[in-house]
Design a protein around this ligand. Structure first.
Ligand SMILES: [Fe+2]
Ligand SMILES: [Fe+2]
Length: 169
C-alpha cells in the first residue's frame, strides 16, 4: 500500500503548499514535505477545534447569565462546524480519519477562561490565515479564511465578556 500522502500527490499533480520551498528546492522530497506540512497543520487545527469544543462547553457552564451562556454555545457550534470541515479535508487528503486529542486544559474559572480563550482565538486567526496563504487549493483556502473570520469574531465576543466581567468584580 503506497504512502497515502505520496499516493495523493502522484495522482493529483504537484502540491502547492509552501510554494516558496517548492520553488527553491524542487524535487519529489520537497513536494512530499510540503504536503506533509499541510496535513500536519490541518491535524493541529483539528486538535485545536476539538479542544475548543470541550472547553467552551465548560466555559458556557461558568457564564454568569443566560445571554452570555447562549453566545458561548453559539461560538461552540462554530467550532463544531470548523471541526467537521477540517476533518473532511483531512480525510480527503489522507484517506484516514483524524484521531483528535485534547491539547489544552479547559478553564476552571470564568474570567481566566475568557483570557485564555481570547489568546487562543487570536492565535487561531494567524494560524488559519497562514494555512490559507500557503495553499493554492481554493476550497481549503476559503475554508480556512472563513474559519479565521469566525475566530476573530469569537475573540471580540470573549473580550467583551471579559470587559463586562471585570467591571462587575
Ligand atoms: Fe474554530
Ligand atoms: Fe473560535
Amino acid at each position: 500500500m503506497p504512502d497515502p500522502v505520496l499516493y495523493f500527490s502522484l495522482f493529483t499533480g504537484p502540491p502547492s503548499y509552501t510554494v516558496l520551498s517548492c520553488f527553491i528546492n524542487k524535487g519529489e522530497n520537497s513536494m512530499y514535505n510540503a504536503y506533509r506540512t499541510l496535513i500536519e497543520d490541518i491535524a493541529i487545527a483539528i486538535n485545536g477545534e476539538y479542544s475548543a469544543i470541550q472547553c467552551y462547553e465548560i466555559l458556557a457552564q461558568l457564564a454568569p447569565n443566560e445571554k452570555s451562556r447562549n453566545q458561548i454555545l453559539e461560538i461552540r457550534q462554530d467550532e463544531i462546524n470548523h471541526y467537521q470541515a477540517f476533518t473532511a479535508i483531512y480525510t480527503q487528503l489522507t484517506g484516514q480519519q483524524p484521531t483528535p486529542e485534547l491539547i489544552e486544559e479547559c478553564p476552571t474559572a470564568y474570567l481566566s477562561g475568557l483570557k485564555y480563550s481570547i489568546e487562543d482565538e487570536q492565535k487561531a486567526v494567524d494560524f488559519y490565515l497562514d494555512i490559507a496563504d500557503q495553499t493554492q487549493d481554493l476550497y481549503i483556502k476559503e475554508t480556512f479564511k472563513r474559519a479565521a473570520a469566525d475566530e476573530q469574531n469569537h475573540a471580540v465576543w470573549f473580550l467583551y465578556f471579559l470587559t463586562r466581567g471585570q467591571a462587575r468584580s
